[in-house]
Design a protein around this ligand. Structure first.
Ligand code: UDP
Length: 471
C-alpha cells in the first residue's frame, strides 16, 4: 500500500491546494494522511495565518509550527501503513530533519508556478537585482522570454537587508535544495518552456500535478472549499443567475490581504464608477471597523445595491468564478487565485500586493496575454499591510475594468485567449492518465544518503522518485 503523508502550511493559499491534492491522490487509490492542527482539522482549512490577530505575530506562528516536529516524528514512526513519502510545504523547513530522521523521501510543494520558481532561482543565483536601483526595471537573466521587474516589485525574501522573516526564508531556501523533488500546482501547456527550464535545474524531479482546483468537481465541493462561506451559497447563485453571461466583475484580493482603508475606498469607488455589476469580497481584518465606517457614511451599500454584492468574510470563490455570468476577475494574483481564474476562462484585472504576486501578474499579462494591470508598482509590507509607494487610484481601477470588459478587438482577443486556456486546463485533468507519474512506478530502493545521488535517474532510466511501498 502506498501512503502519502501531506504536511501543509497552515494558511489558506497553501492548505487548500494540498487538500485538493489529497483528493487527486485518493482518486488514484492512494492512502493519504494529512497532518494539521486541531483548528484546521475542524475547518478543514480554517487556517491559522489568516486568523492571527496581527501579522506582526508571523514569527511566533512559524516557531509554533516548528514544535510539531517531535510529536509528528513519533506519530509517523507508528503509522500503518508506513509512510511512503512526505509531501510538505516548503515553508516548513523543519520537515527536512523529519524526513532525514525517518529516512522517508521528502517532496516539497511551494504553491508557485514554474515561471515564478525559475525567476526566483535565477535571481538568487545571479543577484542582478541587488545592484539595480529601486524603480528602474532590470532584466531577469537566462529566461525563455525577456522579463523585467523593478526591485520594488520583488518579494521580501529577495531583498537584502529586509528584516521581515529574513532568517526564516534563508532556512527555507537552504532546505529546499535538500528535497527529493517538487510537486507544482500547474500544467505543462500553460508554461511549457518554464517547466522545461525548471525541470533541468531540479534534475528532472519536478511534477506538475495541477490545476488542483479542478479536483473540486461538485458544486458542494466548490462551495465549501477552504472554509464555510460567509454568504448563503444559494443566495449567491441566485444573484449570479439574475445576471447576463460575462457581465459581472468578481473582485477578491485573496485570503491574507487586508487593504488599508484608504486603499479599499479607491477599489470600492473604482468598482462603482465602472458601472458594471460586481461582487466585492471584504477581508478587513484589523481594518474592518474603519472600512465599515466608510461604507456606512458614504452609503456604499445603498448606492450599489442594484448591481453590487458585498461578501464580508469567506467567499465561495471557485463556485463564483465558475458561474457563466462572471466576465472578469479582479485579483491580487496569488497563485491559487490566478490558476482558478485561468481554469474559469476569465480575463483578469491584476492587482498584486505582496510575496510573489508581481511575478504571477507578469505571467498573466505578458506571457498569457489575459490580464490588464491596475498599475500597482510596489509590494505591500506583509506585516503592516502598508505600501511605501503610491496608492492605486479609483480611475486606474475603472480603466483596467473597462479594458477587460471591452467588447472591441482587444477585449475579445483577451477573452478568446482566456477561454482557450480553460479548455487546456480541463483537458489536462480529463485526458491525462499520467497526471501523477510520481506514484506509478514506486521503486523499492531506500532513500539515497547523498543529495546528488537522489536527483540522479533511477536504474531503469526513469525519473520516478524512489518511493517505498509497504505491505
Ligand atoms: N479564497 C476563497 N474565498 C475567499 C478568499 C480566498 O475561497 O474569500 C481561496 C481562493 O479561492 C484561493 C485561496 O483562498 O484558493 C487563496 O490563495 P491565493 O494563492 O490566491 O492567495 P493568498 O490568500 O495565499 O494570498
Amino acid at each position: 500500500m502506498i501512503n502519502f503523508v501531506l504536511i501543509p502550511l497552515m494558511a489558506p493559499g497553501h492548505i487548500i491546494p494540498m487538500i485538493d491534492m489529497a483528493k487527486l491522490f485518493a482518486e488514484r487509490g492512494i492512502i493519504v494522511t494529512i497532518v494539521t492542527t486541531p483548528l484546521n482539522a475542524i475547518r478543514f482549512s480554517a487556517v491559522s495565518i489568516d486568523t492571527l490577530p496581527s501579522y506582526k505575530l508571523i514569527n511566533n506562528f512559524f516557531n509554533a509550527a516548528k514544535m510539531l516536529q517531535k510529536p509528528l516524528e513519533q506519530m509517523l514512526n507508528g503509522l500503518k501503513p508506513a509512510p511512503s513519502c512526505i509531501i510538505c510545504d516548503k515553508h516548513l523547513s523543519w520537515t527536512a530533519d523529519l524526513s532525514n530522521n525517518l529516512q522517508i523521501p521528502r517532496i516539497i510543494f511551494d504553491g508557485m508556478s514554474c515561471f515564478t520558481q525559475l525567476i526566483m532561482n535565477n535571481l538568487f543565483i545571479s543577484k542582478v537585482h541587488e545592484t539595480a536601483s529601486e524603480s528602474e526595471p532590470f532584466v531577469v537573466p537566462s529566461l525563455p522570454d525577456r522579463i523585467e521587474f523593478t526591485k520594488l516589485q520583488l518579494p521580501d525574501l529577495l531583498k537584502p537587508g529586509s528584516v521581515v522573516v529574513k532568517d526564516f526564508f534563508e532556512e527555507v531556501r537552504a532546505t529546499e535544495t535538500l528535497s527529493y523533488g517538487v510537486v507544482v500546482n500547474s500544467f505543462e501547456d500553460l508554461e511549457q518552456r518554464y517547466v522545461d527550464e525548471f525541470w533541468k535545474i531540479r534534475g528532472g524531479k519536478v511534477w506538475c500535478i495541477g490545476p488542483l482546483s479542478l479536483f473540486n468537481r461538485e458544486n458542494l465541493d466548490k462551495a465549501q472549499r477552504g472554509n464555510k462561506a460567509s454568504i448563503d451559497t444559494d443566495q449567491c447563485l441566485r444573484w449570479l443567475d439574475s445576471h447576463e453571461p460575462d457581465s459581472v466583475i468578481y473582485a477578491c484580493l485573496g485570503s491574507l490581504s487586508r487593504l488599508m482603508p484608504s486603499q479599499f475606498i479607491e477599489l470600492a469607488l473604482g468598482l462603482e464608477a465602472s458601472n458594471y455589476s460586481f461582487i466585492l469580497v471584504i477581508h478587513g481584518g484589523e481594518n474592518t471597523e474603519e472600512i465599515e465606517k466608510w461604507i456606512l457614511e458614504y452609503g456604499f451599500d445603498e448606492r450599489i445595491k442594484e448591481r453590487g454584492l458585498l461578501i464580508r468574510g469567506w467567499a465561495p470563490q471557485v463556485l463564483i468564478l465558475s458561474h457563466s455570468s462572471v466576465g472578469g476577475f479582479l485579483t491580487h494574483c496569488g497563485w491559487n487565485s490566478t490558476l482558478e481564474g485561468i481554469c474559469a476562462g476569465l480575463p483578469m484585472i491584476t492587482w498584486p500586493l505582496f510575496a510573489e504576486q508581481f511575478l504571477n501578474e507578469k505571467l498573466v499579462v505578458q506571457i498569457l496575454g489575459t490580464g490588464v494591470r491596475v498599475g500597482a508598482e510596489d509590494v505591500v509590507d506583509f506585516t503592516t499591510q502598508e505600501r511605501s509607494g503610491m496608492k492605486v487610484m479609483k480611475d486606474e481601477v475603472k480603466a483596467a475594468i473597462d479594458m477587460v470588459m471591452d467588447q472591441g478587438n482587444q477585449g475579445c482577443e483577451r477573452r478568446e485567449k482566456a477561454k482557450a486556456l480553460k479548455e487546456m486546463a480541463k483537458r489536462r485533468i480529463t485526458e491525462s492518465a499520467d497526471i501523477i507519474p510520481l506514484i506509478e512506478e514506486p521503486a523499492q530502493e531506500p532513500l539515497a544518503e547523498d543529495e546528488d545521488e537522489r536527483v540522479m535517474e533511477n536504474d531503469d532510466g526513469s525519473d520516478m522518485p524512489q518511493i517505498q511501498e509497504t505491505e
